[in-house]
Design a protein around this ligand. Sequence first.
Ligand SMILES: *[C@@H]1O[C@H](CO)[C@@H](O)[C@H](O)[C@H]1NC(C)=O
Ligand SMILES: *[C@@H]1O[C@H](CO)[C@@H](O)[C@H](O)[C@H]1NC(C)=O
Ligand SMILES: *[C@@H]1O[C@H](CO)[C@@H](O)[C@H](O)[C@H]1NC(C)=O
Ligand SMILES: *[C@@H]1O[C@H](CO)[C@@H](O)[C@H](O)[C@H]1NC(C)=O
Ligand SMILES: *[C@@H]1O[C@H](CO)[C@@H](O)[C@H](O)[C@H]1NC(C)=O
Ligand SMILES: *[C@@H]1O[C@H](CO)[C@@H](O)[C@H](O)[C@H]1NC(C)=O
Length: 724
Amino acid sequence: MFTSALTCFPRICYHLLPFVLLRFFLLLQFCKGWVPDQSTKLTFPMTRVPSISFKGNSSSIDYFNVLYQDDNSILLGGRNQIYNLSLSDFSQRRDATIYWPSSEAHGQLCNLKGKTEDDCQNYIRIFFYTAPEKFLVCGTNSYKPLCRILYRKNGRLFIEKETEGIGLCPYDPEHNSTAVFSNGHLYSATVADFSATDPLIYREPLRTELSDLRQLNAPNFVSSLTYGDYIYFFYRETAVEYMNCGKVIYSRVARVCKHDKGGPHPSTRDRWTTFLKARLNCSVPGEYPFYFDEIQSTSGIIEGKYGREGTSKIVYGTLTTPNNAIGGSAICMFRMDDIEDVFNGPFKHQESINANWLPLPEHKVPSPRPGRCEPDSRVLPDKNVNFIKTHPLMERAVPAMNGRPLLIRVSLHYRLTAIAVDPQVRTISDETFDVIYVGTDDGRVLKIVNIPTHNSSKAVVLSESEVFGKNAPVKQLKIAPGYGKVVAVSRNEVKLVTLNHCGTITRCSECLELRDPHCAWDSLKGACVSVDAVTSFRYHIQDVRRGNASKCRLQPLDAPSPKEYDIKSLDTNSVDEDEKEPSDDLLRLDADSTECSNDIDGATTGCASQSKLTLYTPEYLRIFVAVSSLVGLFIGFLCGYLVSRRFHTHPQYPNQAFIEQHNHLDRLTVNQNSFLAPRNKTVNLDVLNVSTDSLPPKKDNLGSLKNLNITNEGTLQKIKKTYI
Ligand SMILES: *[C@@H]1O[C@H](CO)[C@@H](O)[C@H](O)[C@H]1NC(C)=O
Ligand SMILES: *[C@@H]1O[C@H](CO)[C@@H](O)[C@H](O)[C@H]1NC(C)=O
Ligand SMILES: *[C@@H]1O[C@H](CO)[C@@H](O)[C@H](O)[C@H]1NC(C)=O
Ligand SMILES: *[C@@H]1O[C@H](CO)[C@@H](O)[C@H](O)[C@H]1NC(C)=O
Ligand SMILES: *[C@@H]1O[C@H](CO)[C@@H](O)[C@H](O)[C@H]1NC(C)=O
Ligand SMILES: *[C@@H]1O[C@H](CO)[C@@H](O)[C@H](O)[C@H]1NC(C)=O
C-alpha cells in the first residue's frame, strides 16, 4: 500500500511543488520585513483602559457615525437623531440633540418593500455647515434618502429646505459611502438606488457614468478629501484591468476637478469630464511583491517632516489582504505629490474588450490633457471628453512612501480597520512625530509612533488596548483634544478612551524605552508624566528617536535595569514555554483566543499581555517558517526520489490503470492536507503534526531551528532547478 501511494506522488508534486516553493519564498521574504514590527510594548485589557462610553438608544441599534467635530463637541449620527456630546466629559447635551425620524408614510412604504423595522428608520449620515448657523443634514430616511437645510435662529432650529437625498446619502446605514463639502458644494460617493447597484461619485448635476465598469466597479468608498483644485476619493473596487481568471479587488484613489462643469453636449452635460483614478500600491517589495490590496480607512492630509528635506503632505491608510486570505494588514503612507505625479503620468489603455490594459503612448493623449481642471469644460472638444470616458485609469500605481508599508501585521485573529493620526506631536527636544491610532476588527486600538529616518520610516507599536468586545469592529477613530484621547466608534457604542500610558509607568528606563512622544520622565518628581501637562522641560528627559535609557543612569531614583521591562525578556519567557511543548504552537494559539473571548465584558483579565505577546513573536514565525520548509523539503525529497525511481524502474509498474486509480485517491487526501488550503487551521495542524512526527530533528531550541532553515533553503533551491 505504501509503495502504491508513493508511485502517485510525482504527478501530484508537479502541481504542488511550485505552490509550496512560492509560498515558502513569500513567507521567508515576508518575515524579513515583518519581524521587527511585531512587538507591542504594552497591552491593556478592557478593564484597564480608561474610557467613557456612550450607547445612544440602548434598546435599539444606532449605526453610529461621526458627523462633525470641533474643539468642544462631537456630533454623532444615529437612529432618528443627531447626538451632540461634549468632548471633555463625553456627556450628552440633550437640549442640543436634533431629532429627525422618518415620516410614517415613508416608514410604511419601507416596510412594504420588505425591509425590517431596524432598516426603516432615519439614520443620519451627512452633516456639513453650509454657512455659520446653517447646515445640511441627510439621512437614510427608511430607504428613501432625504436632506434638509437647517438653520438656527435665537437658539431654535428651523427647516429652510427639504430635498431628495438620492446620490448624496446611502439607503443602507451600513453602506460604505463618503462625502465632503467644498466651496458650497457637496461631493458624495455612494449608491443611487435601493438595491445598491448604481454606485456613483456625484456633485449636482455631475455624476460618474451609469454602469460603466471602467469608472466604478462595485466600489466600497472609504474617504474623501479636498486638496487644491481637486476632490480626492479613496476606495476599493473590483479591478477591471486584472485580466486573469477570477476577480481581484484593488485600492484606488480617484479625483475630480472642483471646477468641472460637465461636457459640451446635452448627453454629457451631467457627466464628469475630469474623473480619473489610479491604483494604490501598498506592498512589501521583492521579486514577488506582496500586496495589501483592500483599503479600509485613511487619515486626512497630514503635513510633516518625514526624513526628506522640507515637509511632505501625506495620507496614511490601512490596507488589508482579502477576507479569504491569510489575515494581513498594513499601514501605508501616500504622498500627495506622488498621487499627483501618477495623475500626470501615462494613461492605461485597452484596445478591445478582451485585450490587455497597456500604457498609452504620450502622442495619443489629446490636448488639452484630459483630467486637468479647465476654465470651462463645456467648450472642450468631443475628443477630450470621449477620451477620458474610455481612459479613466492611470497606468502607474501610486507608490507607498519609502516603497514599503510603515507597519505590517499578520494575524489569524484580526485585521486593521480605522485609522486616525495625531499629527506632528512635539517632543521636549523639539522634534516632531506622528502618533497613529488604528482600530482592529476585534475591538482593539493600537497606538503607534512613526519614527522617520532619512529615507525610511519605522513604526513602534506602543500599546494595544481592548476598547470594545471581540465582535465589535472599530469603525471610526477620531482624535480628541488632550494627549492620548481618542473617540472610538463601533456599530452601537462610542467611547472616549484615554490611551495616555505615562501614568502606568513607574521607572525611568521604561518611560524612555516606551518611546511615546506623549511621555517624558520628570526627574524631579521621579515620575513618567504626560508632556501636555508640563510647562517647563528643565528636569525632563525623553528619547523617542532611539528609546535609549542610558540617560536614566544619571537619575538617582532609577537603578537602570532595563531588562525587567524590555520586551525581549518577555519574548524569552515565551520561548521557554515553547521549549516545553514544541509541537503545540498552533494549538496554543487557538487556545489563547478562546480564553480571551470570555473576557469580552471586561470581567476578567485572564488574557494578559504575555499570552498575546507570545502569539506574534518572531519565534513563532520562525517555527512556522521552519515547519513549512520542512514540509516543503519532505515533499521535495519524495518528488525527487520518486521521479528518479519512476524513470529508472518503469517496468516495476506495469498496470497503468491501477496507478491511475490510486492517483485520484491520494490526490484527494494530499490536497486536503496540503498548505494550499491555508484557510482551515485544523488542516495546518495536521500537516504540522505529521511533519514533526516523521522528521527526526526535534526542535529543542531556536538555534537548531535556524540551522534547519538555512539548510532547507539550499536544498529547496536545488529542487527548484531540477524539477520546475
Ligand atoms: C429608542 O428606540 C426605541 C425603539 O426604536 C424608541 O421607541 C425609543 O423612543 C427610543 N428612545 C429614545 C430615547 O430615542
Ligand atoms: C452642540 O452643543 C454645544 C453646546 O450646547 C453647542 O455650542 C453646539 O452649537 C452644538 N452643536 C450643534 C451642531 O448643534
Ligand atoms: C463596508 O466595509 C466593511 C469593512 O471593510 C465591510 O466589512 C462591509 O462588508 C462593507 N459593506 C458593504 C455593504 O460592502
Ligand atoms: C509596487 O511597489 C513595489 C515596491 O515598491 C514594486 O516592486 C511593484 O512593482 C509595484 N507594483 C506596481 C503594480 O506598481
Ligand atoms: C537611502 O539613502 C541612501 C543614501 O542616501 C541610499 O544609499 C539608499 O539606497 C536609500 N535607500 C532606499 C530604500 O531608498
Ligand atoms: C545609548 O546611549 C549611550 C550614550 O549615548 C551609548 O553608549 C549606548 O550605546 C546607547 N545604547 C543603545 C542601545 O543605543
